[in-house]
Design a protein around this ligand. Structure first.
Ligand SMILES: Nc1ncnc2c1ncn2[C@@H]1O[C@H](COP(=O)(O)OP(=O)(O)OP(=O)(O)O)[C@@H](O)[C@H]1O
Ligand SMILES: [Mn+2]
Length: 421
């Protein structure tokens, strides 16, 4: 063989290798894709089947809800107070592990009132997270986080499950939903109409004031608009006061103690062209069960149910307090009432584990009671109604899906899927 033949043979060989390699890669990819589609579709069909044959107990009201309803309504009822400072001292002693407030406590109604009424005495930009938020001080003492309104209640956020900015009222809704489901792991939150001129600009430091524009509108009246300082903040996207400079927002009580942030095992890639391992692997939980303590896994499954009900698909990280998971940052819920992203429930249907107490509690609020009760509890909030009827129907529809998924798991695992940790 002369030199030329060797070169030609070499080229042919490498071309062949390239084609074969690419082909193998292609086939491999196809298989994964088909396998994944098949298993996700199978799961969806199974759940659809389960939904059609749900036991009437899941569709009807459970008489046991009465007991809980009356106590909850009493506990969260607006109550007068004399000394805000005392209430804040009490609330700052409340948290135990991830439970941010007690099941029932006569101070809750008054504490909520302090957040609605106490004067805002100082405001700064809070450069935490990626979205606009402010740090407010109430009566020169208690610090709270403020998230402003970006959307009207009926705006439909198109796109990915994590698209758009925070929905302020979702934070309040999450607080009451946590109370009803006895997942008291959220911060205490109230809605409040705040004056951008007199309560924010006037009490703001220089840095904050420099991110508020004051411009005359057509009638020559000053218009205040806030853009703040944060990763996603820019001068084009502003929160503007109405003709009296008022804006809606929520006051989020700061959870006392130390929080630790961890990456969620069910984190999305946030890229349209790349899928996360958990999205393609229905046995994903198997390896997690060896790596993660059961109590943590159970916490994350509770979180998944909570997030699925409100359609929060943006829990890329979760935070823990004394090693237990807290529900901080619930603003990305209620984006599109017509869409249910089933994959938020992946921790439940992939692990088929559930805390017994959560399962018992979910069954108490069947038949429309869940959203009715959250609605009644939140009637006293300045921003009531927090969500549209369409969103409420969405929560009820998804509760049925949760029941169906648990039924699916019971078929696989039986009662041993329920844990008491
Ligand atoms: N109520 C609270 N109590 C204590 N710390 C809080 C509270 N709310 C938020 N934080 C802290 O501030 C951080 C940012 O808050 P949050 O996650 O709500 O902001 P975000 O802009 O939505 O962030 P991201 O873009 O990461 O989702 C949290 O990770 C948490 O550490
Ligand atoms: Mn967020």
């Amino acid at each position: 063989m002369n030199k030329r033949t060797i070169i030609i043979l070499g080229i042919v060989a490498s071309l062949l290798g390239l084609v074969l390699g690419a082909n193998f890669y292609f086939m491999y990819y196809l298989n994964i894709e088909e396998g994944h589609l098949a298993s996700v579709r199978a799961l969806e069909n199974m759940i659809r089947h389960k939904m059609r044959h749900l036991h009437p107990a899941y569709l009807n009201r459970n008489p046991r809800f009465f007991m809980f309803r009356n106590k909850l309504l009493k506990n969260y009822k607006m109550a007068p107070y004399e000394n805000a400072s005392v209430l804040w001292d009490i609330a700052n002693w409340w948290p135990q592990e991830n439970e941010i407030y007690p099941l029932y406590d006569s101070s809750m109604g008054s504490l909520l009132e302090t957040l609605r009424k106490e004067p805002i005495t100082r405001v700064n930009n809070l450069a935490r997270g990626t979205q606009l938020k402010l740090l407010m001080r109430l009566s020169q003492q208690q610090k709270v986080i403020f998230k402003p309104q970006w959307y009207p209640r009926d705006e439909i956020i198109e796109g990915q499950v994590y698209s758009g900015k925070d929905r302020h009222t979702a934070e309040v809704y999450a607080f009451y939903l946590g109370a009803v489901l006895d997942l008291r792991w959220t911060p205490i939150v109230v809605g409040r109409v705040v004056n951008l001129k007199t309560e924010i600009y006037a009490q703001g430091d220089q840095e904050l004031q420099s991110t508020i524009s004051i411009e005359a509108d057509e009638d020559g009246k000053d218009k205040y608009c806030l853009y703040g300082k944060c990763h996603y903040c820019n001068e084009e996207e502003t929160v503007c006061g109405d003709d009296r400079h008022n804006i809606e927002g929520v006051l989020i009580y700061i959870v006392p103690g130390t929080l630790a942030k961890r990456r969620s095992p069910w984190q999305r890639t946030y890229k349209d062209d790349r899928r996360a391992p958990w999205e393609d692997d229905m046995t994903y939980c198997k390896s997690l069960k060896n790596k993660m303590e059961t109590i943590r896994l159970l916490d994350l499954i509770d979180v998944a149910i909570f997030d699925y009900l409100i359609q929060n698909g943006d829990r890329h990280h979760y935070e823990t307090r004394e090693d237990r998971v807290v529900l901080i940052d619930n603003g990305k819920a209620f984006g599109n009432p017509n869409k249910d992203h089933l994959d938020i429930l992946a921790p439940l249907y992939q692990c088929c584990l559930l805390r017994k107490s959560t399962w018992d509690r979910l069954q108490v609020f069947s038949g429309g009671v869940l959203t009715e009760l959250v609605d009644r509890l939140s009637k006293q909030d300045a921003l009531y109604p927090l969500i549209t009827d369409k969103h409420k129907r969405g929560v009820e529809r998804r509760l049925l899906v949760v029941y169906a998924v648990v039924e699916y798991c019971m078929d696989l695992e039986g009662d041993k899927m329920f844990k008491t940790l």
